[in-house]
Design a protein around this ligand. Structure first.
Ligand code: AMP
Ligand code: GLY
Length: 423
């Protein structure tokens, strides 16, 4: 079977690496891919949001399955487009339709969904420009810090944690006034939860589900979790504080009610659900849902999956996940992300990358790179994800960090402390 993978980040590199190892995959196409994915398949320069161009490619290359990496094409309806086209409707898509992707696409929807199905999360209320006065009054009585969230997709920038009432009121006005465009037309005001975060993933066929290895993502740019938020600077899997007892509680109080809730709401969902969780006094709460895998969590999760990924996807497409036994390695994975100088602020692209061949114990997943005439150059903020799978977490962390240091490009930066706080 020929497979089309949509996306261009480190997450898609990890998917491509694993899919290409499957005997069930004849040829893999990645649209658009990056400077590294060409090693696992054929990059095709098509924007995943250009559905007509995707259709032409699917027909030309006789694609038998589409796997969607990022949220944007899902929220835009790529699955609906394929399912609704008479020439494509037989092709399975891994990733939900619009009605399921809204779990990520609208924070207001996801909060209502959790309230409806009794899923533990921070208390919240939503406001629009029509109810601004009520929102300002609500903030007067709200505990600090308070969390303000733009309802829609805001490229990871739509969440503000504010510890001053007047400032929160000012921000609410700005957000409802269009600071984040249409994404901020509704704002969720939410209770601040204090705890430690982790990411749990399932693949669901809308009926049953398979739980994938959990991971922890490091979001801040600076050592010791300081400075600005980024897309993610590293990850580890497994997560030491996610004990079996805690993960059982996650399944019982969060995963099952979510999958059952989708069914009750008549949302037919085939794809990943990413539970962004926070552990507060031993109990899990949902911070957010995503309709896709995490990045850079995937780069630590995928190396721990021993089962054939295409077989897993086929089981999801056939609604047979109930009988699927996922084989997971007991080993420990660590991922260190190498970023461009200046990221997450302004940064330069086009820097020549050297030293990838010197990496000893890790797999290098390309993220923001291009391959030009055999030369790898940087092409984004997060440039490479260096992933190591070892017997102990300490070895994994040490080797991924040491291998990140073996790579060079002008302005290169990475955190040397990923995961060591958990030791
Ligand atoms: P989100 O875009 O919803 O993932 O939010 C981004 C980040 O903001 C999360 O990963 C958390 O670190 C933080 N955050 C969001 N909501 C809350 C909350 N209710 N309490 C504490 N931190 C939060
Ligand atoms: N690493 C967090 C995310 O993918 O949203």
């Amino acid at each position: 079977m020929n497979i089309l993978l949509l996306g261009s980040g480190g997450r898609e590199s990890a998917f491509a690496w694993k899919i290409s190892q499957s005997a069930l995959c004849s040829q893999l196409f990645i649209a658009p891919g990056n400077g590294g994915t060409g090693a696992y398949g054929k990059n095709v320069n098509i924007n995943p949001n250009n559905f007509e161009a995707l259709k032409a490619l699917i027909l030309k290359e006789k694609i038998g399955m589409v796997v969607v990496g990022p949220e944007e094409p899902l929220v835009n309806g790529v699955h609906d487009f394929i399912a609704g086209d008479s020439e494509l409707s037989h092709i399975p898509v891994i990733g939900p339709k619009k009605e399921g992707a809204i779990l990520e696409g609208s924070k207001d929807f996801s909060k209502q969904f959790m309230a409806r199905h009794g899923i533990p999360t921070a208390a919240s209320r939503s406001f629009t420009s029509e109810t601004l006065a009520e929102g300002l009054a609500y903030l007067e009585t709200h505990d600090l810090p308070v969390v303000l969230k733009a309802d829609g997709l805001a490229a990871g920038k739509g969440v503000l944690i504010i510890d001053n009432t007047a400032e929160a009121q000012e921000e609410l006005k700005l957000m409802l006034g269009g600071k984040f465009g249409a994404a901020g037309a509704t704002v969720v005001i939410e209770q601040f939860l204090s705890g430690i975060e982790l990411s749990v993933f399932v693949l669901t066929d809308g009926d049953s589900y398979v739980v994938l290895p959990e991971a922890k993502d490091y979001k801040r740019i600076g050592q010791g979790d300081t400075g600005l938020n980024t897309g993610g600077m590293g990850s580890v899997s497994p997560v030491p504080f996610a004990t079996q007892e805690f993960l059982d509680e996650v399944e019982k109080s969060i995963i099952i009610p979510t999958v059952e809730g989708l069914k009750k709401d008549n949302i037919d969902y085939t794809g990943f659900i990413f539970f962004g969780l926070i552990k507060v006094e031993g109990k899990p709460y949902v911070i957010e849902y995503n309709c896709r895998m995490g990045d850079p969590e995937t780069e630590s999760v995928i190396p721990r999956i021993e089962s054939d990924l295409v077989e897993l996807f086929q089981a999801a497409a056939a609604k047979k996940l109930k009988d699927f036994e996922l084989k997971i390695s007991d080993k420990n994975a660590a991922t260190v992300v190498v970023v461009a100088g200046g990221y997450p602020g302004e940064y330069e692209k086009g820097k020549v990358i050297s030293g990838i061949e010197n990496v000893r114990q890790s797999t290098v997943f390309h993220a923001g790179t291009t391959l030009e005439g055999g030369i790898v150059k940087s092409n984004g903020g997060r440039v490479l994800a260096i992933s190591s799978l070892q017997d102990t977490q300490f070895e994994a962390l040490q080797s991924a960090t040491a291998d990140a240091a073996r790579i060079y490009f002008d302005g290169k930066y990475f955190r040397e402390d990923i995961g060591f706080d958990l030791m």
